[in-house]
Design a protein around this ligand. Structure first.
Ligand SMILES: NC(=O)c1ccc[n+]([C@@H]2O[C@H](COP(=O)([O-])OP(=O)(O)OC[C@H]3O[C@@H](n4cnc5c(N)ncnc54)[C@H](O)[C@@H]3O)[C@@H](O)[C@H]2O)c1
Length: 314
């Protein structure tokens, strides 16, 4: 099978490439990535000799058309992904996430190539902290930030191409991923690096915002099940029901690093900061047979922290 992976030099995309090479046979992988500040070929170290890496932009119709025409499947990760940046510079989020997805979806429809589009639970907005509800694929879209609005728009692009342009595609919306190769700007690597440099760990607002944490490998296994067993046109939600506040995650890192009594720094909250995400993955569990293999993030951090500490030392 010839797969085109967009955004394969980023956090989830590179983990997808590496895990797929390890666990699947007869794959021919091409990565298309423009290497923004968030992407790095170093993330693909050890895999580069087994793949075809193309530096290029998903908004470039000629490159995308050419690569999609010789693929059997496109897995579309490429995006601007950092909420904070989307408040400072929203335009690039809509350019990349919406127009880039439109370019990819159009080429897939033109060559009748199956697309799997990667999206986020943030398209649903947030839940009150005290809520016991969770998002399902029936939950109306209510994005809060330019990032989530651009991802919501990209989902609508894919659905409209399915309905009107004969695109064969599935979509997945996943909760907060953690694992190796995440950019330093994101909460877990950022906290580990700060502590390594003797800087206090920082939290937005009261730090009580809750996220549904999922290991990146569980997300990747879900993506493969959606590709292999999913119904074209369907949307699958992935989340591990492991809802933890940012403060609990940061305190757990402090404890595991041996800095339990270190002071936290609470900084001015991000405008529009979503309070709580929680995902109901029952459709993926029942119809794809998906089940996260990892335990709670509060246990998994034990294995993850040394991975980032080694990177900081080397
Ligand atoms: N990280 C999460 O917790 C999470 C959760 C759910 C969904 N997602 C989605 O998963 C996907 C991947 O997220 P991530 O965390 O790995 O992001 P990331 O920022 O680590 O990686 C994004 C990659 O896309 C590339 N890219 C950006 N603009 C591009 C363009 N115009 N053309 C080609 N390549 C471009 C970057 O160079 C980078 O390698 C995104 O679509 C994101 O919305 C992420």
């Amino acid at each position: 099978m010839r797969i085109l992976v967009t955004g394969g030099a980023g956090f989830i995309g590179s983990n997808f490439v590496i895990r797929s090479l390890e666990s699947k046979s007869n794959l021919s992988i091409t990565v298309l990535d423009s290497l923004t500040y968030a992407g790095s070929v170093a993330n693909l170290e050890g895999s580069l000799q087994f793949i075809n890496f193309v530096r290029g932009d998903i908004r470039d119709e000629i490159i995308v058309d050419n690569l999609v025409s010789s693929a059997d499947l496109v897995v579309h990760f490429a995006a601007e992904s950092h909420n904070d940046n989307s408040l400072e510079n929203p335009r690039i989020f809509f350019d990349t996430n919406v127009m880039g997805t439109l370019t990819v979806a159009s080429a897939c429809a033109k060559y009748n190539v199956r697309l799997h589009h990667i999206s986020t639970d943030e398209v649903f907005g947030d839940l009150p902290l005290e809520s016991t509800e969770s998002f399902s694929s029936e939950t109306p879209y209510k994005p809060s930030s330019p990032y989530s609005a651009s991802k919501a728009s990209s989902d609508h692009v894919v659905r409209s191409w399915i309905r009107s342009m004969d695109l064969v595609a599935t979509i997945s919306n996943c909760s907060n991923n953690y694992g190796p190769r995440q950019h330093w700007e994101k909460l877990i690597p950022h906290t580990i690096r700060n502590l390594h440099n003797g800087v206090p760990a920082k939290l937005y607002g009261d730090g009580l915002n809750v996220r549904d944490w999922i290991h990146v490998d569980d997300h990747i296994d879900g993506i493969w099940l959606a590709i292999e067993r999913g119904v074209p046109g369907e949307t699958y939600l992935f989340g591990s029901r492991d809802t933890q506040s940012n403060k609990s995650v940061v305190e757990c890192i402090l404890e595991k690093i041996g800095l339990r009594d270190a002071k936290l720094e609470f900084i001015r909250d991000r405008p529009g900061h979503d309070r709580k995400y929680a995902v109901d993955p029952v459709l993926a569990e029942k119809t794809l047979g998906w089940k996260p293999a990892r335990g709670s993030i509060l246990n998994e951090l034990e294995n993850l922290i040394p991975w980032y500490e080694k990177l900081l030392r080397d």
